[in-house]
Ligand binder design. Sequence first.
Ligand code: ATP
Length: 461
Amino acid sequence: MKELRKFDKVVNLAKTRGFIFPSSDIYGGLNSIYDYGPLGTELKNNLKKAWFDFMLARRDVVGLDSAILMHPQIWKASGHLDGFSDPLVDCKKCKSRFRADHLLEKKGIKPTFGKDNTPNMSDVKCPECGGELTEVRQFNLMFKTFMGPLEDSANQIYLRPETAQGIYVNFLNVLNSLRLKIPFGIAQIGKAFRNEITPGNFIFRMREFEQMEMQYFVHPDKTKDAFEKWQNLRMDWYKSLGIDPKNLRFREHAKDELAHYAKKALDIEYNFAFSENETFKELEGIHHRGDWDLSQHQKYSQQKLTVKDENNKEYIPNVIETSGGVDRATLAFLMEAYTEIDGGRTTTTESSKEKEVVLKLDKRLAPIKIAIFPLSKKTDLMAKAIEIYDSLATKYRLTYDETGSIGKRYRRQDEIGTPYCVTVDFDTLGNNLVTVRDRDTMKQDHINISELAAYFQEKFK
Ligand code: ATP
């Protein structure tokens, strides 16, 4: 039997161990929408906290949480209503639908689609059945809905396709309420929605997803330094949480790939290894957006969005954006952490020789920090274990497990990335010592219960 790819194994583990489920699963799922299970929720929350803490640790970055539904004019001003579309073709025979640019890229042709520019697709056939393809059509990716009881065009609004616009339209509010001076950044995490034509690769490309974005407002003369600073900081963040530098790289966009308003764009790519041909893919974008966004909102809202420089000269700040996907980062950290050990590493007889899976997540990201085990289901051992659980539960996310051999219980925790397991045995009742086992080194420490809190404080600092 062909060995599964690492990606498939991660998808499988994510479902069977409670990280990520297909949405509406009992109804057969909903294409490219996913739900985060109990462990996935913890992992994603830890990741978002790590991002926010990292971004707000800079003295000049503040947070925001803007609404998903916004004034429809915003999408006119931002260019999304006219330009946020993908080129689409259908197969006339088997009716499969494709992104025209993806098909051309696979043939080694660099596509440039624009309002007045539709590349020749006549040589391209359906990759599924070889059938003829339709003409290219532009397909707007924004989800529409209606506000209020009347479903007419006057009441049409959109689910935001990015969180960034919520930041631009709050620029003045944040500037004035906190009396900030340029340069400063506004960071926010939130849901975004795109009616992607070809979603897929699990949570890599979904139709409902989460973004973590920061817009850094800066004087036009200072954009080069700000861009370099943020590109390096963002790259360092992924490395600091455990991604091997060899699986990360920058990819700068060529001039003809840039959005018309963008001055420079660069992706941080991760080696997702979806297939032999699909290795490094975008994880996060760093963009120099010039003064496009604020200028457009100034024009459409008729509100002045300028600031003054030291010579009292008014200008519209430029923007350096860092735009990452929470779900893509979750997938990257899961892929990176997934480790198989052939032949196993436990020495207990029943688990030896089998393949072991260890999810080597950074401790800060691990969904469960500590597992508590009574050695057996004896009442006094269980009572002691529960007492320890309760004493640590307000500080750490814990789990309690009393079933199966200790070896099996260790392996269950290794598979979900729990950094430490605490075992209460018969000796504990006499000497108050518990065994703390480390996920990665498998080293065991004997710690007095009275010192456990201090021990973990040190481990999780
Ligand atoms: P792609 O080229 O992969 O479609 P993009 O360049 O359109 O991505 P941006 O608009 O720059 O992406 O969005 C910023 C980030 O949001 C991306 O780097 C990615 O991490 C995340 N993202 C974008 N679209 C999706 C999606 N459909 N599903 C999950 N994450 C997404």
